[in-house]
Design a protein around this ligand. Structure first.
Ligand code: ADP
Ligand code: MG
Length: 345
């Protein structure tokens, strides 16, 4: 089910790169950018063409609205209300109900690798406050009692969350936002845009010159990017414990993605997971869940579920690509020692 890919740039991609390099930038659409700080991260929205400027202003406002609904700290947000409901039925907006339904569905589908109620555990490790701490086994066992997506009840737009539990849409919120903003831009007549939503990439169409977007895949072991992935109209989201971690008193590295079955940071043998799909929400949910699963489980999951591709970097310095993107990825020269394997159906 895995085969080795030629390490060097595939001929197809090389050909495409040459072509795009030669083609004169005939249609030079005007570029507009907007920077937004929201959802605890910096977002850069770049859109092209006549309707871009106004569409970006609308996008900024929309992002602020979504943040106000899903924030865990804003006392007026839907999520805050649910988290402080003491177990009572709580009405939420349609958008919150939608994203929550999606998160619960994905939690079920990934066998609980995505766990939207993992927040008490994330908090105990200090990833929210920045005051890092290694909880004891007993503490973790206790905290895990207050997690479990199957205990969350969602009926239409009414949420019932058992007292003591906490919802956090952090692992899917940015991806969902990407989908909503891409849709908004298209409605406003934008045909080419690149949204960087705190590292989540969402693309509208292709580049203004008609070629595909060229995205750097971050080196999870240090500086720079491993290579370039070509893609269009959809999303690419990467998760890894290299993004946010601390070194414990024991000298070990502890990362912010938690394995919900143990309460400990996931150590699945993967250094990073990039998911490529039409929908940002799917990419975001799966990048976190598949990081928890590890290579073997991820391979099984991909075979059983359609609609997404993955690029996995293992802790052993190898790259695994699913066959749908086999020809879309090229290693950078300084990483040419990495082996590339292709996952096939
Ligand atoms: P980021 O948002 O930092 O780019 P992710 O999309 O992978 O990265 O989301 C990770 C965040 O989600 C963590 O910071 C934590 O708050 C929360 N989280 C950690 N582990 C899980 C998990 N197994 N399921 C759902 N959310 C998680
Ligand atoms: Mg995610």
């Amino acid at each position: 089910m895995w085969r080795k890919r030629n390490k060097f740039v595939s001929l197809l991609l090389l050909f495409a790169l040459l072509l795009s390099g030669c083609s004169a930038q005939s249609k030079s659409a005007e570029e507009h950018t907007a920077g937004v700080f929201a959802m605890g991260t910096y977002m850069t929205l770049t859109a092209y063409g006549e309707s871009a400027e106004e569409a970006l202003t609308l996008s900024e406002n929309r992002i602020k609205e979504l943040e106000a609904l899903w924030s865990t700290t804003d006392e007026n947000s839907d999520i805050y209300k649910v988290n402080h409901s003491g177990g009572a039925r709580t009405e939420v907006s349609e958008e919150t109900a939608e994203i929550l339904q999606f998160a619960l569905d994905m939690a079920e589908q990934t066998g609980g690798s995505l766990e939207p109620t993992i927040s008490p555990v994330v908090t105990a490790w200090g990833f929210i406050s920045g005051e890092y701490n290694i909880p004891t086994d007993e503490e973790l066992t206790d905290l895990l009692q207050n997690t479990g997506y199957e205990k969350v009840l969602l009926e239409e737009n009414v949420v019932t969350l058992p007292d003591g539990m906490q919802l956090d849409l952090g692992a899917v919120g940015k991806g969902y936002t990407g989908d909503i903003i891409a849709e908004l831009l298209k409605e406003q007549g934008v045909t080419s845009a690149l949204l960087d939503i705190g590292g989540n990439i969402q693309m509208v169409g292709r580049k203004p010159d008609g070629s595909r977007w060229r995205l750097g895949i971050q080196n999870p072991f240090g500086e720079g990017s491993l290579g370039v992935l070509e893609s269009e109209d959809g999303a690419v989201v990467t998760s890894g414990n290299y993004e946010r971690y601390f070194i414990g008193g024991d000298g070990k590295q502890y990362g912010h993605i938690i394995d919900p079955s143990t309460g400990y940071p996931a150590e699945s043998g993967l250094a990073s997971v990039s998911i490529i799909a039409k929908e940002g929400r799917l990419c975001d949910a799966l990048s976190t869940a598949i990081y928890v699963m590890g290579l073997d489980e991820a391979t099984e999951y991909w075979k059983e579920n359609e609609g997404f591709e993955m690029l996995l970097v293992t802790s052993e310095n190898e790259i695994y690509l699913t066959e749908g993107i086999e020809d879309d990825f090229a290693l950078n020269e300084n990483f040419s020692d990495m082996e590339i394997y292709v996952i096939t159906r």
